[in-house]
Each structure stands twice: as C-alpha cells, then as structure tokens.
Design a binder for this molecule. Structure first.
Ligand code: FAD
Length: 317
C-alpha cells in the first residue's frame, strides 16, 4: 500500500489544468499500489477549490488557507508538514514554473529523491518513471530505488480527471513559521498587458518559419481574429524577434492544450511538438506533404499558406 500526496496549483483565483492531471496521475498510481490519494490545496479560495477538486479517485483533500497566491516558502513548509502528518510514499507535483520552483526544495527538506518531468508512472515494487531525453528523441525509464520519492509530472501528459467523486475535505492544522517566509507577492503585472496567455487559449493559430517575413504575420493575425483565436508561434519566429517569447510553443516555450491548434507553416520538429501534442484537434497547413506535423495532425492541408490562409479567413468570416 502506497499513499500519494498530490500538490494542486492555482493562479489568480483559478485552478490550473495540471491540478486535474495530477488527480489522474495520482489515482492511476494508487490504483496500482492500493493506497489513498491525498490532495493538497495551499492558498487561495481553498473551499471553492476543494469543491472543484471533489473528483473520482481522490480520497482526501487537505486545505491550507495560507495566502492568495503561490509562495515558495509557504508551499515548502506546508508540504513538509503534510508529509510528516500523512507519510505518503509519493509526492506528486506539476512540472510547471511553480512546481519546479518548490519541488527541489521539498525533496531536499524531506530528504527524498526527486524525478522531474515525468511523462509516465508505474509501480512494479519500485516506482518507475518515464522521461524524455535528448530533446525528446529518446524515452528513458528511471527506477527509483527508495522508499519515498517526489515526482513532477509534465503538463498535458495525463488526461484531466472530470468525473465527480466524494472525497473527505479536511482543513489541515498548520502553523506557518513566518520567520521562514522570505518573500511576499505584493501585486501582479502581466507581461504584454495581461491579455495573452497562450496556455489558457481554447483556439491557437500558430505560425512558423513558412511565413517568411515579419510583415506577413498580419495575415495569420487576421486568421486568428476571424476565429477569435490567440496567435502563437514556433521558436524561429520568436528568435527573429517577430513575436515575444511568451507566444512560443514547445520544449523551450510553453506547453499548450487548446481545443484547436492550427499550425501554419510549421514543420513539426520534436521540440515544437513537445509543446502542443496535447491539443484536442490539430490542423496543419504546409506545402511539404512529408512535413512531420502531418504525422500528428487530425486534419492537414497540403498547400501554400499564402493561398490557404486568405481562403480560410474568407470562409470563417
Ligand atoms: P521550419 O522547420 O523551417 O519549418 C517551416 C515549415 O514551413 C516547413 O515545413 C515548410 O515546408 C513550411 N512552409 C514553407 N513555406 C510555406 C508556405 N508558403 N506555406 C505553407 N508551408 C510552408 N522549436 C519550437 O517551435 N519551440 C521550442 O520550444 C523549441 N525549443 C527548442 C529547444 C532546443 C534545445 C532545440 C535544439 C530546438 C528547439 N526548437 C524549438 C527548434 C526546433 O528544433 C525547430 O527548429 C523549429 O521548431 C522549427 O520551426 P518551424 O517549424 O517554424 O520552421
């Protein structure tokens, strides 16, 4: 029997998708080991979050009403206290900006091994974690030869759990050591005026090197406008300085999981695909019928984007 403690995430009053993916990863794991799945909700409107997280497979939700937003020191203290109380075999966290901030400190404090960026988890006596290596060209398996372990899971690798459940909700009796809280969030200023977060978009129009010139970006922006979509891109567009870094999809950009992802003039390099393969429907426009993007696209148009995109805009308008 191995219990799992999964640490949920929220931002600006909303649970992040990875929280629901952690439920799936955690309940799959306890399904194999026969233990309980505990969720931690730290900070924010913990009661509302607990309601949302009352999902199938969750045994207990522990709420820690400390602060509105993520705080490294609060998270590390709260997780360490929960770990001491519950003695879970595994601690699961998101391989997110926040998760990668606190997970190493948690592992260090608890003196347990940490495996980051998991894309698969199994328990065959020991925990076996699947990871990608060498820019996603190779999959490796890491067998954790230890009684306890911490793991961060990659976004969009597990389906989010949606089915309702009836977990117990318990306010965790936790006393924060204020003297060990070294920073406080005093306010937020969103990059780019706060209107764009490609990881939250339902529809993304993503543009690649096939667009050729910066002035041609207007064409794909018009397509995004016609669809009510958000514009994102592959890395060369960002490297050229044509779009800001927060629009980049991929291994060194953002992981996105929109309902629809239109890849316009993007070849489908592994580093790009690593960031968008979780999209529900992928539509690709490319002149090259052998472009790797067509291997993962649900719909493909082999054609010149300068012909296809104006036609799409006309149709959508
Ligand atoms: P290309 O590969 O040059 O593809 C352009 C495509 O456009 C081609 O398939 C071509 O057939 C098509 N095309 C050309 N003209 C037209 C036209 N008129 N109409 C329609 N189609 C046309 N890349 C990312 O995107 N995100 C990342 O986060 C990322 N991280 C990386 C991290 C590392 C460590 C490394 C080494 C690389 C990374 N890359 C990343 C780069 C990645 O390897 C590719 O170089 C990049 O994704 C290619 O971008 P692209 O598809 O826009 O360009």
């Amino acid at each position: 029997m191995s219990d799992v403690l999964a640490i949920t995430e929220h931002r600006r009053g909303e649970l992040r998708d990875v929280s629901f993916e952690l439920v799936t990863a955690g309940s799959d794991l306890v399904g194999e080991t026969g233990g309980d799945l505990h969720l931690a909700v730290i900070g924010g409107d913990v009661d509302a979050f607990a309601d949302e997280l009352a999902l199938d497979g969750v045994d207990t939700i522990h709420t820690v009403p400390e602060g509105d937003e993520f705080n490294h020191d609060v998270y590390v203290q709260a997780i360490a206290a929960l770990y001491e109380e519950l003695d879970p075999t595994y601690v699961l966290m998101g391989n997110t900006v926040n998760g990668l901030d606190y997970a190493p400190a948690v592992a260090e404090q608890l003196d347990i091994p940490l495996v980051t960026d998991a894309i698969g988890l199994q328990n065959d006596g020991n925990l076996v974690v699947t990871r990608e290596m060498y820019a996603s060209k190779v999959e490796s398996t890491v067998e954790v030869d230890a009684d306890h372990a911490a793991v961060t899971i990659r976004s969009a690798e597990w389906e989010p759990t949606e089915a309702a459940g009836e977990p117990a909700v318990e306010a965790f009796d936790f006393e924060l050591d204020e003297s060990r809280v070294r920073s406080r969030v005093t306010g937020f200023e969103e990059v780019g005026g706060g209107d764009v977060d490609i990881s939250d978009a339902d529809v993304l129009v993503s543009v690649g090197r096939g667009i050729e010139e910066e002035e041609n970006l207007e064409l794909v922006q018009n397509l995004a406008d016609a669809l009510g979509a958000t514009l994102s891109s592959s890395r060369p567009i960002v490297d050229n300085g044509w779009l800001p870094k927060d629009r980049q999809v991929g291994q060194s950009g953002k992981v996105v999981t929109p309902k629809v992802y239109l890849a316009i003039g993007i070849s489908g390099a592994v580093q790009h695909v690593a960031g968008m393969k979780g999209a529900e429907t992928i539509i690709a426009v490319n002149t090259d019928p052998d472009a790797p993007i067509f291997d993962i696209a649900d719909y493909g148009i082999v054609g010149d984007l300068f012909d296809v995109v104006p036609e799409l805009i006309e149709q959508f308008e």
